[in-house]
Design a protein around this ligand. Structure first.
Ligand code: NAD
Ligand code: TYD
Length: 339
C-alpha cells in the first residue's frame, strides 16, 4: 500500500505519520507538506532514515507538482491534513484559507480522480457545523453552518469532496473531529499556549468570559479513528470523531495551572474572538457502532501526559518560539522560508 499524507509536518498529520509507520511497517508513506509556519520537520526527525517513509516539500495548490507526484508515485490512498488551521489567523488573513483549504483540496481531488485512487480521506472538523447552545450534539446529518472563515473554508472543501464522490465516483470519506490535544501541538492553540505561558509564568489570555465549550480528543485517538475510516469506512460517508470530553476554556486553563502548581492570578480575560462559537460537542455513535472505534484516553490521563510532554520537550517548543525550527528546514532543504 502506498499512502500520500498531506500536511504531515503539522500537529495531527505528524502524529498520524508516526502512528501509521508503527502500525503498518510494510506501507510506503509519502508526506507532502508546504512547511508553512505550522509545519515542523523537527517533529519527524526520528523517522528520516525509515526506508518506507519519504518527505517532500510541496504545496497542495500547485497543480503541476501534484499531477506529477501522483503520476510518479501511484498512490493507493490519500489522507489530506494540509490546511490553514487557526481560527484567529482566518479572521485577519482569510485569503490563504480559501487558497489552501478549498483550492488545494480541489487540486488533490482532481489528481485522485485522474489516478484511480482507492480512497481519498478528507480530514475535516466539527467547526463546519457551527455552534451549539447548551444542549444537543453534532451528528453527521446536522446542517453545515460555519461561522469563521476557517470553518467556512473547511465546509467548502467538504462539499467539493462530496461532489467528487457523487459526480465522478471517486471513493471518499470525510472525518469531522472535535478539538485535538497531545504532543507536537503548535503553541498558538489553547492548550499548548497555556501550558507554555504557565511554565514561563506569563499571562494566560482567556477570550471573553472563558465559558466557551470545546469537546477535547486526544490526537492518538483521532489517528486511530482515521485509520479505521480509511480501511473500513463506507464509501461516501462522513464520520464524526469526538471524545465526549466537554470542558469550558476556563476549566482547561485552571486544570493546567493546577497541574503545574502555578497561580490563577496569571489568568487574564481579554477581548473576545469575533464570531466565537459557544459550544462544540460531537455525537460519535456512528463511528463507534459501525467501525468499533473506542478512545483510549480519558481527558484526565491525556491532559496530564500532554502537560508532561511539554515539560519534557522544552527544546521542541523553544525552537518554535525562537524561530529556530525554520533554520532546521533550511539546513535540510537549503531554503529560506518565509514566515
Ligand atoms: P496544523 O496547522 O498543525 O498543520 C497543518 C499542516 O499543513 C502544516 O504542516 C502546514 O505546513 C501544512 N500546510 C499548510 N498549507 C499547506 C499547503 N498549501 N500545502 C501543503 N501543506 C500545507 O494543523 P492540525 O491541527 O494538524 O490540523 C490538521 C487537519 O485537521 C486540518 O485539516 C484541520 O482543519 C483538521 N482539524 C484539526 C483539529 C485540531 O484540533 N487541531 C480539529 C479538527 C480538524
Ligand atoms: P483554539 O485552540 O484556537 O481552537 P478552536 O478555535 O479551533 O476551537 O481555541 C480553543 C478555545 O480556546 C476557543 O474557544 C478559543 C479559546 N482561546 C482562548 O481563550 N485564548 C487563546 O489564547 C486561544 C488561542 C484560544
Amino acid at each position: 500500500m502506498k499512502l500520500l499524507i498531506t500536511g504531515g509536518a503539522g500537529f495531527i498529520g505528524s502524529n498520524f505519520v508516526r502512528y501509521m509507520i508503527n502500525k503498518y511497517p510494510s506501507y510506503q508513506i509519502v508526506n507532502l507538506d508546504a512547511l508553512t509556519y505550522a509545519g515542523n520537520l523537527e517533529t519527524l526527525k526520528d523517522l528520516e532514515m525509515n526506508k518506507n517513509y519519504k518527505f517532500l516539500k510541496g504545496d497542495i495548490t500547485d497543480r503541476t507538482l501534484i499531477n506529477k507526484l501522483f503520476e510518479n508515485e501511484k498512490f493507493d490512498y490519500v489522507v489530506n491534513f494540509a490546511a490553514e488551521s487557526h481560527v484567529d489567523r482566518s479572521i485577519t488573513e482569510p485569503n490563504i484559507f480559501v487558497a489552501t483549504n478549498i483550492q488545494g483540496t480541489q487540486v488533490l481531488l482532481d489528481a485522485s480522480k485522474d489516478n484511480n485512487i482507492k480512497k481519498y480521506l478528507q480530514v475535516s472538523t466539527d467547526e463546519v457545523y457551527g455552534t451549539l447552545g447548551e444542549e444537543g450534539y453534532f451528528s453527521e446529518t446536522t446542517s453545515l453552518a460555519p461561522n469563521s472563515p476557517y470553518s467556512a473554508s473547511k465546509a467548502g472543501a467538504d462539499m467539493l469532496v462530496r461532489s467528487y464522490n457523487e459526480t465522478f465516483g471517486l471513493p471518499i470519506n470525510i472525518t469531522r473531529c472535535s478539538n485535538n490535544y497531545g504532543p507536537y501541538h503548535f503553541p498558538e492553540k489553547l492548550i499548548p499556549l497555556m501550558v507554555i505561558n504557565a511554565m514561563k509564568e506569563k499571562n494566560l489570555p482567556v477570550y471573553g468570559d472563558g465559558l466557551n465549550i470545546r469537546d477535547w480528543l486526544h490526537v492518538e485517538d483521532h489517528c486511530q479513528a482515521i485509520d479505521l475510516v480509511l480501511h473500513k469506512g463506507r464509501n461516501g460517508e462522513v464520520y464524526n470523531v469526538g471524545g465526549n470530553n466537554e470542558r469550558t476554556n476556563i476549566e482547561i486553563v485552571k486544570t493546567i495551572l493546577n497541574y503545574l502548581n502555578k497561580s490563577e492570578s496569571l489568568i487574564r480575560f481579554v477581548t473576545d474572538r469575533p464570531g466565537h462559537d459557544r459550544r462544540y460537542a460531537i455525537d460519535a455513535t456512528k463511528l463507534r457502532e459501525e467501525l468499533g472505534w473506542e478512545p483510549k484516553y480519558t481527558f484526565e490521563t491525556g491532559i496530564k501526559e500532554t502537560i508532561k510532554w511539554y515539560q519534557d520537550n522544552q527544546q521542541w517548543w523553544e525552537n518554535i518560539i525562537s524561530g529556530n525550527y525554520q533554520e532546521y528546514f533550511e539546513k535540510q532543504y537549503g531554503l529560506r522560508l518565509e514566515v
